[in-house]
Design a protein around this ligand. Structure first.
Ligand code: HEC
Length: 116
């Protein structure tokens, strides 16, 4: 096949553009999980997480830091809610700072995160 240089260049450019558009579609999994929760609770769950939890739980729950990675937790929804309310040394409890709905929303967000 006799393909001219300019045709080849055009094909390479098209392929690279295609790769960029595919990677652009790959959504941040924390945004995907948050979207469902925000719709249900009518708040901004990632903002709440950033304010209260991010100094120990990094990457919106996706990475281990002072606290463990939360995505893929083996705890049930009820156990996650209990941990948020009561804490477990060195994690503080949040039952006096957060509304019940906020605890529930955080727990549902954590359970909605993909395990890896
Ligand atoms: C001061 C640091 C700190 C803060 C702030 C903090 N955590 Fe934690 N968290 C930890 C530590 C440390 C653990 C591990 C404790 C243990 O179970 O031994 C933990 C454990 C957890 C667990 C249990 C994970 C599992 O699979 O066992 C959940 C759920 C959790 N945190 C959620 C939250 C949420 C939600 C917030 C914000 C409202 C928060 N944490 C704020 C330090 C923190």
């Amino acid at each position: 096949m006799n393909v001219s240089r300019s045709t080849r260049t055009a094909l390479v450019v098209a392929m690279i553009a295609g790769l960029f558009s595919i990677s652009g579609l790959a959504q941040d999994p924390t945004d995907e999980a948050a979207a469902k929760i925000d719709e249900k609770f009518g708040g901004n769950i990632k903002k709440l997480f950033a304010t209260r939890c991010s100094w120990c739980h990094q990457g919106y729950g996706m990475k281990q830091a002072d606290g463990p990675k939360l995505a893929g937790t083996s705890k049930s929804l009820a156990q996650v809610m209990a941990q948020i309310m009561n804490g477990k040394t060195p994690m503080p409890g949040f039952k006096n700072q957060l509304k019940f709905e906020e605890v529930q929303a955080l727990a549902e967000y954590i359970k909605a995160l993909p395990a890896d």
